[in-house]
Design a protein around this ligand. Structure first.
Ligand code: KG4
Ligand code: ZN
Length: 336
């Protein structure tokens, strides 16, 4: 039996990351090289710039992950890389690197779904989390409420009909001239502001789907019509609206599916107010809260390695002629 040492590689967007994780989810190294500064001047990720940066960073990042883990290529049992969804040019850099290493080292390769990896980031720090769980996956590209009844089996309860929540943060921040990515800056400003403006809570009691485009427009229109309002109050009021919508639906889902716990994942799960609110509702409803460390909320390769090992044990290796899929969906449970 192997020790299940997995090298994970993540290049789906603007982070080049590599990590070595054991089969027990012990993270031996997790290296993340962010390209945020490269994209900031454009106000968002430029796909061509991201691909080029991944090409330059991928080998040093992988080498650093091996060095920090204190292991050599011969110790690796599996090479896992995110193969979708994401920017196709960026995905291909990580997938090609993983396949090349798989061939050179004579180790199996497995392609990992980025969304599934975000769901599994909860298990990196708490591997024995009891199922069923409800996971709220909130990132720059996705807002999905998932019921996880068994490992590697999901039911999507709801998702955004328009903007992802991280996208709404980024667009509001861009309008306010706060730079990219907007989430962390708005989060920080919101700490000192007052919740004075009642922005809409879209689809609050209307099923499990989300819509953030109207809220974003309401904030932008408000700022246009009330230019003297302190920016901190805008940030706090916007954030309160977002968090109320997210937590109301997550809470309802956890109760209705009789989940044992409620987890959050994805970049927006790094948000201070959302993290606090999840703890509060879990305490009130007797649910187990799980909120990963901030480093495991935003894109990283430890979640890719851990998910890759699970997938490999269940499905075996991915064929080397399988490419990247920018539109890959979360694999839903088959409905009989
Ligand atoms: O998961 P992630 O790193 O990349 C994607 O797969 O999208 O998420 C990035 C998103 C960005 O929209 C960023 O603004 C948002 O997560 N974000 C936050 C915070 N930190 C990152 N949003 C709100 N509050 C934060 N503290
Ligand atoms: Zn992500």
């Amino acid at each position: 039996m192997t020790s299940g040492l997995t090298l994970g590689i993540e290049t789906s967007c603007d982070e080049t990351a590599a990590s070595v994780v054991t089969s027990d989810n012990v993270v031996l190294s997790s290296v993340v090289s962010s390209q945020v500064d490269l994209h900031a001047r454009y106000g968002g990720v430029v796909p061509e710039v991201a691909s080029r940066a991944h090409v330059g960073l991928i080998n040093p990042v992988i080498s650093q992950a091996l060095v920090e883990a204190g292991i050599e290529p011969k110790d690796i049992d599996l090479v896992a890389a995110t193969n979708g969804p994401g920017l196709v040019g960026s995905l291909l850099i990580g997938v090609s690197a993983a396949k090349a290493l798989s061939l050179v080292w004579g180790k199996p390769y497995v392609g990992v779904n980025h969304l599934e990896a975000h769901l599994y980031s909860c298990f990196l720090e708490e591997p024995d989390l009891e199922l069923p769980l409800v996971v709220l996956l909130v990132s720059g590209g996705h807002t999905i409420l998932v019921s996880m009844e068994k490992h590697l089996e999901y039911t999507i309860l709801g998702q955004t009909l328009d903007d992802a929540v991280g996208e709404a943060y980024d667009k509001v921040a861009r309008y306010l001239g706060l730079g990219y990515p907007g989430g962390p800056v708005v989060d920080q400003l919101a700490e000192t502001g007052e919740n004075k403006i009642t922005f809409p809570r879209p689809m609050l009691r209307d099923g499990y789907d989300f819509s953030f485009s109207g809220l974003k427009t309401a904030v932008i229109n408000y700022v246009r019509n009330n230019p003297d309002t302190p920016i901190e109050d805008i940030a706090t009021s916007f954030q309160e609206a977002v968090v109320e919508v997210l937590t109301t639906k997550a809470r309802k889902a956890a109760i209705e599916t009789k989940a044992k716990g409620l987890c959050i994942g994805g970049g927006v799960a790094a948000n201070s107010r959302l993290r606090e609110a999840i703890f509060d509702i879990c305490l009130e409803d007797g649910l187990h809260p799980f909120v990963p460390s901030r480093a495991y909320c935003t894109d990283n390769a430890a979640m890719v390695a851990a998910t890759g090992w699970r997938r490999f044990l269940q499905d075996g290796p991915t064929l080397l002629n399988t490419g990247a899929n920018p539109n890959l969906k979360l694999p839903e449970k088959a409905h009989l």
